[in-house]
Write a new protein. Structure first.
Ligand code: KIV
Length: 274
């Protein structure tokens, strides 16, 4: 059954399993496999749309993919990312959160940033929008952080990540994603804040974990971060299936008897006769 936001907010230590999905078939598979939460992440820009970062992803892209994921997982708790430059002001954030929740069917939005996004989170929460925060490595501003690198290795940056997570809790987030931070820092933050932390590349002590679907099943052949664990080689299996199909078309083995339709002999005779 779909959790309520209040239940999620109180699920410290629950070991929530979250996974991304961006379309009907993947959301359906992910929901049927029994994850707790589905994230329609703006990582879709890289793993589905072929961009080299998440920056070009638009609100339209997010609405389109969230609608498809919702059709695949009608009962799931679905979080959708507000993409880059879609939440610069409270008014803009509210307008775009409305697109994701009212038009596309998301249950919550996620946005990136720590103390600097507090006024935005407060406005969304005041309006009744459930918000999942995201600190540490924030892909939308990765360039300013020095690239896709571990965050919070020294006292200043670790404090920035930790203070950001605490500020997001005070602003009303129901949870916070910790991306690419040292495991001991994630443990410290998880112990300090009262809302669940959902880690990606943040070690085992978060209250939940999230991965990108295409990384987990081996569908993305571009850069794969070291913290990813591949549970399947779906890309290899798909390539093998497609190459066997092409071979069988060329050899005449496909379509066979089982993939063809018969016809009444009388009808056929009359056609040949005419
Ligand atoms: O966009 C995304 O998929 C994400 C996760 C990696 C947390 O933000």
């Amino acid at each position: 059954m779909k959790p309520t936001v209040l239940q999620l907010r109180r699920s410290k230590g629950a070991r929530l399993a979250m996974l991304t999905a961006y379309d009907y078939p993947s959301a359906r598979l992910v929901a049927e496999a029994g994850v707790d939460l589905i994230l329609v992440g703006d990582s879709l820009g890289m793993v589905v749309l072929g961009y080299d970062s998440t920056l070009p992803v638009t609100v339209e892209d997010m609405v389109h993919h969230t609608k498809a994921a919702r059709r695949g997982a009608p009962e799931a708790f679905l979080v959708a990312d507000l993409p880059f430059l879609s939440y610069g002001t409270p008014a803009q954030a509210l307008e775009n959160a409305a697109r994701l929740m009212k038009d596309a069917g998301a249950d919550s939005v996620k946005l990136e940033g720590g103390e600097e996004v507090v006024p935005i989170v407060e406005a969304l929460v005041r309006a009744g929008v459930p918000v999942l925060g995201h600190v540490g490595l924030t892909p939308q501003t990765a360039s300013a952080l020095g690239g896709y690198k571990l965050q919070g290795k020294d006292v200043d940056t670790a404090r920035r990540v930790s203070d950001g997570a605490a500020a997001l809790e005070r602003a009303g987030c129901w949870g916070v994603v910790l991306e690419l931070v040292p495991a001991p820092l994630a443990r410290l933050i998880t112990g300090r804040i009262g809302i669940p932390t959902i880690g990606i590349g943040a070690g085992p002590d978060c209250d939940g974990q999230v991965l990108v679907f295409h990384d987990l099943v081996g569908l993305f052949t571009g850069f794969t971060p070291t913290f990813v664990k591949r549970y399947a080689e779906a890309g290899t299996a798909i390539k093998d299936a497609v190459s066997r199909y092409a071979e069988e078309v060329r050899s005449g083995a496909f379509p066979g008897e089982g993939q063809s339709f018969r016809m009444n002999d009388e009808v056929l005779k009359r056609l040949y006769g005419s």
